[in-house]
Design a protein around this ligand. Sequence first.
Ligand code: NAG
Ligand code: NAG
Ligand code: NAG
Length: 368
Amino acid sequence: MKLLATAIAGLAIVGQPLASASPTARTDVKLPLPQRLLHDWANGSWVENISVRPNGNLLVSTSTPDGSVWQIKEPWKDQPEVELVYNFDQWVDRLIGIGETTPDKYVVVGSRFYSTDPMSSHVDRTFAAMELDFSGSANKDKPAVRLIAWFPDAHLLQGVAALPWDRTKVLISDQYLLRPRAAPQKDWTPARGQVWTLDTVTGAHEVVFANDTALDTTYRHGYDVGINGIKIRRDWLYWVNSDDGNIYRLKIDKTGHAVPPAKPEVVAFQDTIWDDFTFGPEHEDTIWATGFNAIFAASPQGKVVTVNGVGTSDNGIMPGPTACAFGRSPHDRNILYVTGNMGEIPVDIEHVHLKGWVRAIDTTGFHF
Ligand SMILES: *[C@@H]1O[C@H](CO)[C@@H](O)[C@H](O)[C@H]1NC(C)=O
Ligand SMILES: *[C@@H]1O[C@H](CO)[C@@H](O)[C@H](O)[C@H]1NC(C)=O
Ligand SMILES: *[C@@H]1O[C@H](CO)[C@@H](O)[C@H](O)[C@H]1NC(C)=O
C-alpha cells in the first residue's frame, strides 16, 4: 500500500532520472518498454493490488471509494471487459492485499476506514481477512464470499502470499504508518513491521516473524512503511521494504516460521520507494517491482534497471503504481500488469488526484 505521504516525500526526484537506475543498452529491447492503458476508474478511486486468475482474467482490489474486487476479463484483448465482482462493505471500507490460495480462491485483507480521503486511517481493531472463491461456483464469475477471521491486533494488513506446501495457509505482511485516528495525525511513529500466518480453513492466526529492523521503516525516504509486498518462492519469503530501498529474503520452514538463525538477506537495492513485486517471466529469478512512479527490473545479481516511468523518457506514465503481476494465459505470459492509484504525478500535496488504473507492459525480449 503506497500511502500518500510517500508520494509527497519523493516529489523532489520527479522528472530526474535516478542515477543508479539509468537505462543501459539492451541487446534486443528498447527502454522504456512498450505499455498500454487497459482501464482506468473514476476520479477518487484507488486500485491497490492484483491477482491473476487461472483463466487469465485479472482481479484487482480497491482502497477507495470502497473495498471492492473488480475483474478485467481477457486482458490481452484491445478493449477488455471490466466488471465489479464484489463489494466487501459488510466487513470493510478498504481493501489492500489480494492473494490466491488454492486454485481460483483468494484471500483479501482490509479494514474500516474513517473516510475515503487518501490521508485517512483505518479504524483500530477492524482488520479482517475474507475469502473470494470462484472454484465451486457454477457461474464462474459469481464467487462465494465469507469472512475468514477478524484481526483486531493487526497494524495494517498488506500483502498476502500462500505457503507453497499448503496453499490453504498464507503469510500476511503488516505495518502501519498512518495511525488509527479520526483527527489529523500528530504522532508519526510507525508500528514495527511483522508477518502473520493465517490458516484460511480454521481462521487461526499468529505472528510468525517480528522484531527485525529489515521489516521496519528507517525514515530514509521520509514517512513510509517498511515491509510491504511479499512473495514466497521455494523456501524463501521475499519482501520489499518500501522505505529502506531493499528487497529481502528469509528462509522459512513448511509452517511459515523463520529457519534459524532467522537473518534476512538483501537481494537487491534501489534508492526508491518500493511497493510490490513479482518474479519472471523468462528467468524465474528476475524481480519486477513497482517503485516511486516507476517500474523496475532486478537481476538475481542485484542489478536494477528502470523499465518504465520516472527515470525513462516516458517520465509521467506510471503515477502511483501499487502492484504488479504477470499474465497466466498463453496470450500474455510476458505481459506485466501494473495497478496504480493516481491520475498524474502530483506537483504537491494539495493537488493529488486519486484515480485507479491498470496498465499492461510488454516485457518480451527483456533480459539482463
Ligand atoms: C477528474 O479529475 C481531473 C483532474 O482533477 C479533472 O480534470 C476531470 O475533469 C475530473 N473528471 C471528472 C469526470 O470529474
Ligand atoms: C499484492 O498481492 C500479491 C499476491 O497476488 C502479494 O504477493 C503482494 O504482497 C501484494 N502486495 C501488496 C502491496 O499488497
Ligand atoms: C517480539 O518481541 C516482543 C517483546 O520482546 C515479544 O513479546 C514477541 O514475542 C516477539 N515476537 C516475535 C514474533 O518474536
